[in-house]
Design a protein around this ligand. Structure first.
Ligand SMILES: *Cc1c(COP(=O)(O)O)cnc(C)c1O
Length: 380
């Protein structure tokens, strides 16, 4: 086995941001010198840059990804599209933020099992969950893989449901030439430092083509106010910082190149991990009539004895994480939902482990990971 003396970090944020250190420092300097620190020119510039990149009319900066999703739903409530105790369909195996956005608005999450191959919401199971209270489907492009199909579009149309995208993990991904964040009625993005496009702190954005929705969202994030000291809605404070927008303006330019690097690592893993006790991710890039481009926010494998494999990798200096060890409905925070029975979701949570992948990971590092994995012997 090739010897690799360094620790292979799961994600090296220092290395990622150090690539652009000069530009980032200059951007920070401009903000410090400007004397304007929230919702200013840098935020406007980022909103314009991002809406162009996504191919959408409106991009509205907010404080983080959870707020992006919360505020979309809050705006739909203001528009009377939905009201307290209405139902939102959502994958059962998502990060808890997707669920918090729903329950925080006193809406009811209705969990749908994922597809065991893609780990994304199983679109063929949607209709059996629809009731007269269903108002929206929240799709999560989990791990950077697009969750979309023509069937999804026609189900939403037939039942008059909004489609909200949780695009926190998939910025830059495409379905049939369109970017995620421009597929549904509205989308929430996160720029948490570890996301594919990461700020140096918290930030988020909402995208939509709906003028009315955009107008309400903009007001909601700024105390429900369109005009200073005039409050039309019971809003909240969820504003984007100028300094984060300035950093994101720098980093957005490199996003496509960085996502391409992730694809190279993912491709290398897919082509070279041959150990039969490891189940590789199924990525629907090539074999669909509507071509998809994934962005590999995470590279998630499955194995029967996940803890054993994780310890083994750790002994070899390879850091891994579990996304996620416990599904939201099994958390103490949702104790009334704990007895739900979702076998596919639970199997996924029991078996998944995320390998290191990032825009700064080298092929040498990936080679070492593959080498260790292929020599790994499964133990019951
Ligand atoms: C990160 C994440 C969020 C929330 O983003 P924050 O900026 O951390 O609030 C929401 N949904 C998913 C799927 C995420 O991965």
């Amino acid at each position: 086995m090739k010897n690799y003396n360094k620790i292979i970090k799961f994600l090296d944020l220092q290395k990622i941001n150090n690539q652009y250190a000069e530009e980032l420092k200059q951007a920070a300097g401009e903000v410090i010198d400007s004397g304007w620190y929230v919702l200013g020119e840098k935020v406007k510039e980022f909103e314009t840059n991002l809406s162009r990149y996504i191919g959408i009319k409106h991009a509205i900066g907010v404080a983080n990804g959870l707020d992006a999703l919360r505020i979309i739903l809050k705006a739909y409530i203001e528009m009377d599209v939905m009201k307290e105790s209405d139902e939102i369909l959502v994958p059962a195996n998502t990060y808890i933020a997707s669920i918090l956005a729903i329950t925080d608005n006193r809406l009811k999450p209705v969990f749908v099992e994922p597809d065991i191959d893609t780990y994304n919401l199983n679109i063929s199971l949607i209709e059996q969950h629809i009731t007269e209270k269903t108002r929206a489907i929240m799709v999560v492009h989990l791990y950077g893989q697009v969750c979309w199909s023509l069937d999804l579009e026609s189900i939403a149309q037939k039942h008059n449901l909004k489609i909200i995208e949780d695009n926190a993990q998939a910025i830059g991904a495409q379905w049939n030439g369109k970017r995620t964040g421009a597929l549904g009625d509205a989308a929430g993005f996160s720029f948490y430092p570890g996301k594919n496009l990461g700020a140096l702190g918290d930030a988020g954005v909402i995208t939509t083509n709906d003028d009315k929705l955009a107008e309400i969202i903009r007001a909601l994030g700024n105390y429900g106010s369109k005009k200073k000291y005039i409050h039309e809605y019971q809003g909240l404070n969820s504003r984007m910082d100028e300094i984060q927008a300035a950093f994101l303006n720098v980093k957005l330019k490199y996003l496509d190149a960085e996502n391409q690097k992730r694809r190279e690592i993912a491709k290398y893993y897919c082509q070279n991990i041959t150990n039969p006790c490891i189940i590789l991710p199924v990525h629907k890039s090539h074999f669909t009539s509507h071509p998809q481009e994934q962005v590999w926010h995470l590279f998630v494998i499955r194995t029967l004895n996940r803890d054993h494999l994780q310890n083994h990798l750790s002994e070899k200096g390879i850091q891994t994480l579990i996304h996620y060890p416990v599904p939201p409905y099994k958390q103490k925070a949702y104790s009334i939902l704990n007895k739900l029975n979702m076998p596919i979701t639970e199997l996924i949570h029991d078996q998944v482990i995320s390998l290191p992948i990032s825009q700064t990971m080298t092929l040498n590092e990936a080679e070492f990971v593959v080498d260790v994995l292929n020599k790994y012997e499964y133990q019951k």
